[in-house]
Design a protein around this ligand. Sequence first.
Ligand SMILES: *Cc1c(COP(=O)(O)O)cnc(C)c1O
Length: 405
Amino acid sequence: MAYRSFKAYLDTELEKIRDAGLYKQERIIHAPQAASVAVEYPEGNPCRPALNFCANNYLGLSSHPRIIQAAHDTLDSRGYGMSSVRFICGTQDIHRELETRLATFLHMDDAILYSSCFDANLGIFGALLTDQDALISDRLNHASIIDGIRLCKAKRYLYEHADMDNLEFELQQAQVCRHRLIVTDGVFSMDGDLAKLPKICDLADKYDALVMVDDSHATGFIGRTGRGTPEHFGVQDRIDIINSTLGKALGGAAGGFTAARQAIVDKLRQHSRPYLFSNSLSPVIAGTSIAVLNILDSSTELRDRLEINTRRFRAGIDTIGLRTIPGQHPIVPILLGHLPDDARLSQEFARGLYEEGIYAIGFYYPVVPQGQSRIRVQISASHTPDQIDSALDAFARVGKRLGAV
Ligand SMILES: *Cc1c(COP(=O)(O)O)cnc(C)c1O
C-alpha cells in the first residue's frame, strides 16, 4: 500500500515541525467572533472566557447586529448558494451591485469579486502579464502575492522590504521589459507598517510602471474615511489596482476583490482563472457586504473609534515600558527580541496572557526574522476602553513576571 510508506514520511515531517516547536494548534471558539469570546484550548479542555486581541475584526462587524440582520435578509431574498461560476449562472444583481459599490468606495472604475483575496492574488498576474513584462515585488509581500507571481510568466524582480533605493534599482533593471507592475502590501501584517506609497508612485511615474496595492489590512479603516492606504497618503488617483479582502474589516466572512481601472477589470473577467473556474461568492456574503459599505458610507464612527482604541493601547504599552514599533495601525507588535531566549519567551508570554483572559498570539522565527519574536496585538473598534485597560494590566503583570519590563 502506497499510503504506508507515505505515512511514514509524513510522520517524520510532522515530528520535525513539532521538534522545532512550530506545530500549530487551533484554539476553538464556542461563540460568535467578537471582542469577548469563549475559547477551548488546548482542545478537549473546558472553555474559558477571553478578550480577543488577535482577530482581523478591526471594525467589530463580524457579529454586528446590523450585519447579522442583513445576512438574514439576503438569505431570505437571494438564497444560500449560487452553484455556478459567474459567467454561467452565478451572477445575481447583488454581485454586480457589490462590485460597483466597492469600486465607488475605493474611487476605482470597476471591481471584480473572488472567493477570497488569496484567489484575487492568484488570479491577477497571469491574466494581465506575459513573459515580456515585469513584476516588481516587496520581499515581505503576503504569501498569496508570492504564489500569484509564481503562476505568472512575467520576469520577477524582488526589492528589499520598504527599501526605495532598491526598488529604484530593480525598476532600472526592468526597463528592458514591455510593461512593469509594482506590487506591495498596503500594510505589512507583522509590523503594522505602511507601504511608502508616495515614493512608490513617484518611482512608478519615473520608470513607467503600474502600481498595485493589496490593502487587506487597511480597507475600511485606514485613511480619514477608511478608503485605505492610498487615501491615507493622498495618492488615490495614482494607484492602478487595489486588491483587498472581505474577510477582515469588511465583515470578516470571506471573499476578496480587485478594484482597478476599467480595462484591467475587463481583462480579469475574461482570463482570471480563480474567477472563471471557481464558484461564485455566496449571495449572503454579497448582500451583507453591501450593508457593510452602507455603514461605512454613512459614518466614520467605527474607524474613528478604532483609531481612539489603538491610541489608548499604544500609549498604555509605552507607559508600561514594553517595546513596540511606533505607528498608528491597530496591529501593535510587542517586541521581545532584545531579551534572552526570546522565542520561548514569546510563547510563555502568550500563555501568561491567556491565563489572564487575554487572547493574543506569540510569533517567533521563522514566522518573523530571527531575534524579532513578539506578541502581536490587534485592536478592534468593538473593544471597550475597559477591555483595553484590562489587556494593558495583563501585559504589565505578565511582562513584569517574565522580566520583559
Ligand atoms: C489576509 C490577507 C490576504 C488573504 O485574504 P483572504 O480573503 O483571507 O484570502 C491577502 N493579502 C493580504 C495582504 C492579507 O493580509
